[in-house]
Design a protein around this ligand. Structure first.
Ligand code: MD3
Ligand code: FE
Length: 222
């Protein structure tokens, strides 16, 4: 008899049992699987952005090349150079404005924020991070945005990663969560400024994205 045992080819799909909201801290919600039903449209939209604004490994003010490759869309993009970190309306790689934020991305961020209790979220920046096996993001705070009352919405696609979030001080012991394909995190209120990071990405092969993880973060930056 054919039971419910998953076969290797569809493990990623069969391990998903429908969208589910998990409140992980005051103002922070993990919406498991929220973006899954739109995975193809999202990836197509990201591909179009990346054609005009390719991923690049930015160099921090301290001279370190980041293991995560990044690009942006929307009115503002996040850039780093010798002068520091900031949001800029133009891509320094080509002097052009960042690609417009695709409607499917904007709408997803808005509905996730609404679901988590932040209606009227109108992001003007979407930072796109690409992790390949071995890439990581050290604990940091996101404080280059002008308005901390707006939440940050993050969407994970592709390979799973271990996300860590701590407290208001770098030395606060972080808690760990696995972020999987289609998961959406909403951070607002008291947790907007907590330290967070991503552990070194393990190798794997995602059915849609192969050996990579993409993370979108929607922000009100300007
Ligand atoms: C908690 N990205 O781009 S997303 C970043 O998976 C960033 O690429 C990680 O941290 C990634 O800045 C984590 C989840 C996330 C994003 C922003 C936050 C969590 C956050 C801002 C404040 C608190
Ligand atoms: Fe961050």
């Amino acid at each position: 008899m054919q039971g419910k045992q998953p076969v290797a080819a569809d493990l990623f799909d069969t391990l998903f049992d429908g969208p589910r909201r998990e409140d992980i801290a005051p103002g922070a919600a993990l919406l498991h699987g929220f973006a899954r039903s739109q995975q193809h449209e999202l990836i197509t939209a990201i591909d179009a952005v990346v054609q005009r604004a390719p991923f690049r490994h930015m160099v921090t003010p301290g001279g370190h090349t980041m293991s995560v490759a990044m690009t942006s869309c929307g009115r503002a993009g996040w850039v780093t150079d010798r002068g520091g970190y900031r949001y800029a309306t133009h891509d320094p790689a080509n002097g052009q404005p960042w690609p417009e934020m695709p409607g499917v991305l904007r709408d997803l961020a808005h509905s996730a924020a609404t679901d988590a209790g932040f209606p009227n979220f109108a992001p003007d920046a979407c930072l796109i991070n690409r992790y390949t096996p071995g890439a990581k993001m050290a604990l940091h705070q996101d404080k280059d945005e002008r308005d901390f009352t707006a939440p940050i919405v993050s969407v994970s696609l592709g390979l799973p990663a271990i996300f860590q979030f701590g407290g208001m001080s770098r030395s606060d012991k972080p808690r760990r969560y696995e972020l999987r394909h289609g998961d959406v995190l909403v951070w607002g209120g008291p947790t907007r400024l907590v330290y967070h990071g991503v552990l070194t990405l393990k190798d794997g092969d995602h059915p849609l994205l192969g050996r990579q993880r993409l993370n979108l973060t929607f922000r009100k930056a300007l």
